[in-house]
Design a protein around this ligand. Structure first.
Ligand SMILES: Cc1ncc(COP(=O)(O)O)c(C=O)c1O
Length: 353
């Protein structure tokens, strides 16, 4: 058994992915479905019949999009579910641990609590632009650490992690733990991390999502990208039939050449807005700092975070406070909207100053 498989939970190591017969050209008298399509079915048989165990056509298309092989990708319901699948594959409840660097994406903690995973928290260095604290992470490692979770660009801080730090930690983790590189916002940083990482590092897992740059948050489609060995383990904990063909259809559309052309323009528009808005927010008297961002949002440190969000709300704009995270008590996260929305928000905040 390889060291990577030995990290998996015993029940997962000894288990197998759910299997069911697939006989696409025969009348379906085996699955206790109703035989009649619904009038509102966009393609007859999509709604009344169970879909494939896993969305295979989509896995192939997404693998090609990210430059990996189909056996190196697991399609999940959002990359959030990818986090859950990783915990359920590798972390024994009340024993194993995940290294986590707050402030970061809150679902890492949330799924950790649900699964009884011990979260070992090594905060980002706020004074160094929310950089990783590599020495502290190394010192915090123990035998039961199964995963190190790193987000780059990070949410809610928006910064990319230093590639030198990432590499140093990935090398340190070799033989010890998996490293999750959560790249939900990579497109807004002009990056496509996937193939290179897993080619060189058998213990790296990259998370990607259709929720951000591809504009399909409601579809709930994420991708866990890793060597086939890790994907095989994850398939053992995935629920069968869980990805709707309607969702598959939407993502396949998003990955067509015309949609991708549009996506490219939209990413460019968000980046333009990010560069335009940063200095304009910085001019507001309520704003102390605009943190540099490589994502589709800006983190602002303001003088009165409650007043700031309340003023925005009154003007019709919902912003996000993250008051419970250390170092972010006075911060507000602003998602970049359309130029009109962004101008409207600025006007509202100017008027409230
Ligand atoms: C860093 C990061 N990872 C993952 C996700 C999850 O996205 P989804 O479950 O929609 O794919 C988010 C969502 O905000 C995020 O900020």
């Amino acid at each position: 058994m390889s060291w990577i498989t030995s990290l998996a939970r015993e029940s997962v190591r000894n288990g197998r992915a759910y299997k069911a017969p697939t006989t696409p050209n025969l009348a379906r008298l085996h699955a206790n479905e109703l035989p009649w399509p619904q009038d509102y079915d966009p393609a007859p048989g999509q709604l009344n019949f169970y879909p494939l165990l896993h969305p295979e056509a989509l896995a192939e298309k997404m693998a090609a999009h990210y430059g990996v092989k189909a056996e190196e990708i697991a399609i999940t319901r959002g990359s959030s579910e990818g986090i859950d699948c990783l915990y359920r594959s590798f972390c024994e409840a009340n024993r194993d641990a995940v290294l986590f660097c707050p402030p970061s994406f809150e679902m890492y903690r949330w799924y950790g609590r649900v699964q009884g995973v011990r979260m070992i928290e090594v905060p980002l260095r706020a004074e160094a632009g929310f950089a990783l604290d590599a020495p502290a992470l190394k010192a915090a490692w123990s035998d039961n650490v199964k995963l190190l979770a790193l987000c780059s660009p990070n949410n809610p801080t928006g910064n990319l992690m230093d590639p030198g730090h990432l590499l140093e930690l990935v090398e340190f983790a070799r033989g010890r733990s998996l490293v999750v590189l959560d790249a939900a916002y990579a497109e807004f940083a002009g990056q496509n991390p996937a193939a290179d990482w897993i080619a060189e590092h058998p213990h790296v897992v990259v998370l990607r999502t259709a929720s951000k740059a591809l504009g399909l948050a409601a579809v709930r489609c994420g991708a866990v990208i890793a060597r086939a060995e890790i994907i095989g383990l994850i398939r053992r904990v995935q629920s069968p039939y869980s990805f709707s063909p309607l969702c598959e259809h939407a993502v396949l559309n998003a990955l067509g050449p015309e949609s991708l052309e549009k996506t490219k323009k939209r990413i460019a528009a968000i980046i333009r807005e990010r560069e335009r808005l940063g200095p304009l927010f910085a001019q507001l008297p309520q704003v102390e700092t605009v943190h540099p961002s490589q994502a589709n949002f800006l983190l602002l440190k303001v003088t009165n975070a409650d007043g700031f969000t309340a003023a925005a709300c009154e003007g019709g704009y919902l912003l996000r406070r993250i008051p419970d995270e250390p170092g972010l008590e006075s911060c507000v996260r602003v998602t970049l909207g359309t130029p009109e929305q962004n101008d409207g928000l600025l006007e509202t905040l100017r008027a409230a100053a």
